[in-house]
Design a protein around this ligand. Structure first.
Ligand SMILES: Cc1cc2nc3c(=O)[nH]c(=O)nc-3n(C[C@H](O)[C@H](O)[C@H](O)COP(=O)(O)OP(=O)(O)OC[C@H]3O[C@@H](n4cnc5c(N)ncnc54)[C@H](O)[C@@H]3O)c2cc1C
Length: 498
């Protein structure tokens, strides 16, 4: 330990930052997980990243790619110390081809900024996570993020056509192509999506784009007390001719928390469905909304849908669900299990039982149309009680044919539960892929792969990983970025296991 970054600074000419405030910001994301950042590197180009990877490999120094740092399970936290590779200034939309349906972008472009650039060309990038005003496309790819419109369009994985990247060896690679479809063995692009910066660092991403619908209409619908959600979801999801692109749910407690001047007048007294209908014309939109009303009535929902002309404004309010709970409760368990639609109510009851057994309040919202539930248990997320809640929650989701993560990813928090979902052979395949891409295990160690997660040989100065700490995040979705230029450094070296 006590190693200097001088040799790296010479190679990367002023891109290495060791100013304490920048290191502090880069050591956190939006989870409770705490890490230790020894240096931030702001690479100027892909060659810099390749040079950095070779240097890091020689020095066994972890490299953690970072977009906006809004991840929720420690995905962008340097839990083994090392260098945070800050891509938040890589914000160029390089080329858009609306006819062929793709755009080449740098990984640090913010989701909303990409949407704005694409809208000028009549197309859009469908994944719109709640954090879309701040999260980056690189981060969306890293976590295979989803948003309300993923009900119709699918997650980020469905919207990436190619990626240019630097592997953990320092080699540069280009996976995917501009062709509309490919059948070239198991798909490397798909494997890269959701790999949480553990296989390579994306330097350019080719996203697919979709034609912008002529009319997009947001709807909110108040639900009767204790209605079974599964049948409503099944009825809406299976009905033709509704043009539904989003089916979201907020329980009564979340709706009440969202109430306020910025909530577009959402009903804060009732459990809510939030929907989006797409159409080619106002006339078609009106007829589709009528159809949605009929389906809802047949499913036992009598309240008429309330219309919001600006669907994106509705999704921005919905995206605040997590933020208002942050303000009210601070750190807590924020999970993202998913189950088949027919099991949603069983899962919901399991969540309520788990909360009751633990004696903690639970707030629930989610992407109902695809069976994703976001239970927010108000409990310190690094406590033994939290561990017991997660155990029971994941077991219930898997028992019901679901998954432990629908969209947030695995990160540092859920790696120990991964084998329950993938089984040992699945883990072996993942770890073999990891070794092939990153033989020295320098890329984002301590995430995703169970064998790299666990107690460390020595504690970090900040008190160890996955430590609860009631602080704000470094780049917290409000546009704050790690910056600084000090030449002073006191980096630490840590051996990493592949
Ligand atoms: C209020 C709020 C609402 C949210 N809502 C949603 C939601 O609706 N749906 C959802 O899916 N998530 C949601 N999230 C979680 C989070 O915003 C997403 O996971 C998002 O994709 C992270 O993007 P980011 O730019 O912040 O990535 P970061 O946190 O910086 O990084 C995420 C992961 O991607 C890796 N990575 C980043 N850039 C690269 C790169 N260039 N190459 C390789 N790997 C890279 C990182 O190493 C890390 O493992 C929400 C978070 C918050 C705080």
């Amino acid at each position: 330990v006590g190693r200097s970054f001088d040799s790296l600074s010479r190679k990367l000419e002023g891109s290495v930052i060791t100013e304490p405030r920048a290191l502090e910001l880069a050591a956190r994301d939006r989870s409770h997980v705490a890490g230790r950042c020894d240096a931030v590197v702001v690479p100027r180009n892909a060659d810099d990243i390749a040079t950095l990877a070779v240097w890091a490999r020689q020095h066994r120094m972890p490299l953690v790619a970072r977009g906006a740092g809004t991840s929720l399970d420690g995905e962008s936290v340097p839990v083994r110390g090392g260098i945070v590779v800050d891509l938040s200034r890589w914000t160029r939309v390089i080329e858009v081809d609306p006819e062929e349906g793709w755009a080449r972008v740098e990984p640090g472009v913010v989701n909303l900024e990409l949407q704005e650039a694409l809208a000028r060309r009549g197309v859009f990038f469908p994944p719109n996570p709640g954090s879309w005003t701040s999260c980056t496309i690189g981060g969306n790819v890293g976590t295979n993020a989803s948003g309300p419109r993923s009900f119709r369009y699918g997650p980020t994985r469905a919207w990436v056509r190619g990626v240019e990247l630097v592997l953990g060896t320092g080699e540069r690679a280009r996976w995917g192509s501009r062709a509309h479809k490919r059948s070239v063995g198991p798909d490397l692009v798909s494997m890269f999506v959701g790999s949480e910066g553990t296989l390579g660092i994306a330097t350019e991403i080719m996203v697919r784009t979709a034609p912008m619908p002529a009319v997009r209409c947001g709807l909110s619908v108040a639900l009767p007390d204790r209605i079974a959600l599964g049948p409503v979801a099944v009825a809406l999801a299976g009905a033709p001719s509704t043009g539904l692109s989003a089916i979201e749910h907020l329980d009564r407690r979340c709706a009440a928390e969202l109430r306020g001047p910025d909530a577009l007048g959402l009903d804060g007294e009732r459990e809510l469905l939030l929907l989006e209908v797409e159409a080619d014309s106002e006339r078609e939109s009106a007829s589709r909304i009528r159809r949605v009303g009929e389906i809802l009535r047949a499913a036992g929902v009598d309240a008429a849908p309330v219309r919001f002309e600006d669907a994106d404004a509705l999704w921005s309010v919905r995206g605040q669900a997590s933020v208002v709970l942050d303000r009210r409760f601070g750190e807590r368990i924020r999970e993202d299990v998913a189950v088949p639609l027919g099991e949603v109510d069983r899962m919901r009851r399991a969540i309520e039982r788990i909360a009751t057994a633990a004696g903690v309040p639970v707030y629930l919202f989610g992407h109902l149309g695809e069976g994703t539930l976001h239970p927010n248990f108000v409990v310190p997320p690094a406590s033994p009680a939290a561990d017991r809640i997660r155990e029971r929650l994941f077991d219930a989701a898997l028992r019901l044919g679901g998954t432990i993560s629908s969209e947030h990813g695995i990160g540092a928090v859920k790696a120990r539960y991964l084998e329950r979902e993938l089984g040992r052979p699945g883990i072996d395949v993942l770890e073999a892929l990891k070794r092939a891409c990153d033989p020295s295990g320098i890329l984002n160690p301590g995430k995703l792969y169970p064998s790299t997660v666990g107690p460390r040989s020595s504690p970090s100065p900040s008190g160890g990983e996955a430590r609860a700490a009631a602080r704000g995040s470094p780049s917290d979705g409000r546009g704050r970025r790690a910056r600084g230029r000090s030449a002073r450094s006191s980096p630490r070296r840590r051996a990493v296991r592949p």
